[in-house]
Each structure stands twice: as structure tokens, then as C-alpha cells.
Design a protein around this ligand. Structure first.
Ligand SMILES: Cc1ncc(COP(=O)(O)O)c(C=O)c1O
Length: 384
């Protein structure tokens, strides 16, 4: 039986063929270390990385590709910025819908004297921007928020909060792990100073890729995380302070970035507006189907216009793991049960400690797969 993959919020699958071809091409025909040697293969590897920076820049609406730093994933980028920027005595504001990739570094920093305020979101996962304003204090240096929740799909009003941050001279960081590639975003127009992204979700790239956009000039206020070889300024024993080398040391994941470049081209060719439109349509179908089942409870805004393509639900009387396991074993439908690395979000929506079953369609999800999944959930729920 064909697999129905509805776990794109964890990582997207399948990947576009062009991504696989690009990685194979790199491994077979290029393979060199970028920026380290002067031979043509090394130059070609460096060109691939530069082009990948350019294409990410294009996706987020910036013209200077050196503002993009590549990391292993969004988590590494978040750690680099939070730990490099915040000092004891600083105050940071975040929300109760964040992923542990944001909450855990903040809890660690709290032990070192950084003050953390967590704004409580509404039960549908949405945030009131007035609640952010209320938390601002004299020592508030940073606001970090997700662009969309990985539990309920709820989109945050990034532009409104960007304006609040700008008016108070506070650095505004957005975790776009769930949105880059499926939701249009222009960092400059939205007042975003730092944007975290991951390559392996809606950008359709391989695992082990991700990065950070850092607004011009802000890098001087962020300590480097690691120092080492960059292939640049090799005559100096000190690490370069310019972008992006300031935050990149050691041989990069060039094969992964070559795949990311190809997958970003694929996404741009499809059109991010078109991805958004398609995912909204699929989400609507899913929401309609699930709400027709009497003992199914859906969480989140239940409005495709206010969310990305992530739907969390439970069946009364069954645990999320029982439902997800039945979907996998009996129907070949892949979903994710539990807390989704976001215990605070589940406390906010009232589903802690068991969590929910999360369905996250992607760019390749077909209507028939959604219909099949709804039928499968109906059958599981009727067993009770
Ligand atoms: C909202 C959010 N932030 C951060 C992350 C972490 O991403 P990565 O696994 O690339 O570090 C995820 C991954 O699930 C996420 O959903």
C-alpha cells in the first residue's frame, strides 16, 4: 500500500528529484572544499554556496546574500544568536507557543542571569500583540517569536510585532522554521532583525541544513559562537569579524547546501504564493472532514487563513499515540503524536501532557490522500 506522508512539519517528504540529483551531482562530480583551495572544483563548490545564499536572500526579500549564515538547522542558529547576544541583566520576551529550540536555550540563559518573560497565548495558539507591549521594560533587548506554531499552525502577526519592536529599539527575532517556503515573508518590510530557518521542512532541502538572516550592522553585537578555519584571512590567528564568516567556521555541509539550492529553486519555480494557496485548500478540506466526525476534537484557529498547513486533533477516549499508531500500522498514514517538542504550546491549548495527533500536509499532498486519511480517522473513531 502506498504511504501517505502527513508529517511535513517534522521534515518534508518526499523531496523533489532535482534535490536528489543535485546532491548526487555534487558527490560524483564536484566534492571539493569550498573557498579553501583555488582549483576549479573548490571554486565551483564555493559558487554553489554563494548561489544558495542568494536564493535564500531572494525568498526573504533581501539583496545582500552575505547576511545569510548557514547552520546545521534552525536550532543551531537560534543558539548562536541568543547566546551570542544576550548578557546577564538583559530581558527577553517570548511566547507560550514556542518550540523547545527557543525555550531551552532561554531557560539555560535564565540560569546565567537573563530575564525571560513568556507571553501566554490564547487557546487557539494566537498572540495578542498588546500582551507583548505590556511586557516591555527598560532592559528588554530582544523579542523572539515563532512565525507559526508547529502544534496548531497558528500564524503570528509578525509585521505588527516588528513595528512594536522597532519603536522600542528592541531586536526582533523570528523563528521561521515552519514557514519559510510555504508563507511569503519579507524581513525588511516586516521589521525582522534576525530570521531563523531550516532547510529540511518547507524549503524541501535535506536534513542538516538551515541558517540565520542577520540585519546589517547587528552582527557586531553578537559574539561568535565558534572560531576556526574559514578559508578567508588565513594569515590572521583571530577569527574574521565580517559576515558570514564571523558565524561560520569549519568545512560546511556543501553537499546538503547543494541540495538546498536545488530545492529552493524548485519551491520558487512553484511559487510560494501557490504553495500557500494549495496548502490552505488542503487544510480547509482536512478541517472540514475532521469536524464532521463527532468524537474528534480539533485544536487551533480552524481557519486556513490564520494558519499554516498543520492540524492538531484528538479522538475522545483514545491517546494520541494509539491513533497515530493505528494510522501508521493499519492505513499507512504517517502522522506525529505527542508534544511535538513544544510542551508549553500544549499547556497553552490544554493538551499537556498527552498532546495531540498532528497532521501536516505538504506541497505534494493530494486531495485523495486527505480524503483517505479522514476516512481512516472515522473508522478508528467508530471503534469506540
Ligand atoms: C517552530 C520550530 N522551531 C524550530 C524547530 C527546530 O528546527 P530544526 O530541527 O531544523 O533545528 C522546529 C522543528 O520542528 C520548529 O517546528
Amino acid at each position: 500500500m502506498k504511504i501517505v506522508y502527513l508529517d511535513n512539519a517534522a521534515t518534508s517528504w518526499p523531496k523533489p528529484e532535482v534535490m536528489i540529483d543535485a546532491m548526487t551531482h555534487f558527490a560524483r562530480n564536484i566534492g571539493a572544499n569550498p573557498g579553501r583551495s583555488a582549483h576549479r572544483l573548490s571554486v565551483e563548490a564555493a559558487r554553489i554556496i554563494f548561489e544558495a545564499r542568494e536564493i535564500i536572500g531572494q525568498i526573504i526579500g533581501i539583496s545582500d546574500p552575505t547576511r545569510i549564515v548557514f547552520t546545521r538547522n534552525a536550532t543551531e542558529g537560534i543558539n548562536i544568536i541568543l547566546k551570542g547576544f544576550l548578557k546577564p541583566g538583559d530581558h527577553v520576551i517570548t511566547s507560550s507557543m514556542e518550540h523547545n529550540s527557543v525555550i531551552r536555550p532561554l531557560r539555560k540563559l535564565e540560569k546565567k542571569g537573563v530575564e525571560v518573560s513568556v507571553v501566554k497565548c490564547k487557546e487557539d495558539g494566537s498572540i495578542r500583540h498588546e500582551d507583548i507591549s505590556k511586557e516591555i521594560k527598560r532592559n528588554t533587548r530582544l523579542i523572539i517569536l515563532t512565525h507559526a506554531s508547529n502544534v496548531t499552525g497558528t500564524l503570528f502577526p509578525v509585521e505588527d510585532i516588528g513595528e512594536i519592536a522597532k519603536n522600542h529599539g528592541i531586536v526582533f527575532c523570528v523563528d521561521a522554521a515552519q514557514t519559510l517556503g510555504n508563507t511569503p515573508l519579507n524581513v525588511e518590510k516586516s521589521g525582522v532583525d534576525v530570521l531563523f530557518f531550516t532547510g529540511h521542512k518547507s524549503l524541501l532541502g535535506p536534513q542538516g541544513t538551515g541558517g540565520v538572516y542577520i540585519r546589517k550592522g547587528l552582527e557586531c553585537e553578537i559574539d561568535s559562537f565558534e572560531e576556526g578555519g574559514t578559508g578567508s584571512r588565513s594569515e590572521f590567528e583571530e577569527h574574521p569579524d565580517f559576515m558570514p564568516d564571523r558565524f561560520e567556521s569549519g568545512t560546511p555541509n556543501t553537499i546538503g547546501i547543494s541540495g538546498l539550492l536545488a530545492s529552493c529553486k524548485f519551491v520558487l519555480g512553484y511559487g510560494i504564493d501557490n504553495v500557500r494557496e494549495k496548502e490552505m485548500r488542503v487544510t480547509e478540506k482536512l478541517l472540514r472532514g475532521l469536524s464532521s466526525i463527532s468524537n474528534v476534537r480539533i485544536y487551533g484557529p480552524k481557519d486556513p487563513g490564520k494558519m499554516i498547513s498543520i492540524v492538531s486533533f484528538n479522538i475522545d477516549g483514545l491517546s494520541p499515540s494509539q491513533v497515530s499508531l493505528a494510522l501508521d500500522e493499519e492505513f499507512n498514514v504517517m502522522t506525529r503524536p505527542g508534544l511535538h517538542c513544544s510542551p508549553l504550546a500544549h499547556r497553552t491549548i490544554g493538551t499537556f501532557p498527552h498532546g495531540t495527533v498532528r497532521i501536516s500536509p505538504g506541497i505534494f499532498t493530494e486531495d485523495a490522500e486527505i480524503e483517505f486519511t479522514i476516512e481512516a480517522i472515522k473508522r478508528i473513531s467508530h471503534r469506540l
